[in-house]
Design a protein around this ligand. Sequence first.
Ligand SMILES: [Zn+2]
Length: 73
Amino acid sequence: MKKLFYIDYPQERIEEHAHRYRCAICKEETTKINGTLEGHLPSCSYRTTLEKAGFEPELVHAHADLHTSDEVD
Ligand SMILES: [Zn+2]
């Protein structure tokens, strides 16, 4: 399962632009990143960390209630 938007990366305001922000790690603008991992530079540690982790943000815990071992003697 893939996350729709990756917006939990560290951001910092671009000094010259009061209302523009960028990734604090790879310095790509948020408007370019647009909530995607691909928007970050390939070298961005935020991106690489999530990619390596195969990040699954919304883990749907399939209720595997298979262990109904009611072993009543
Ligand atoms: Zn980044």
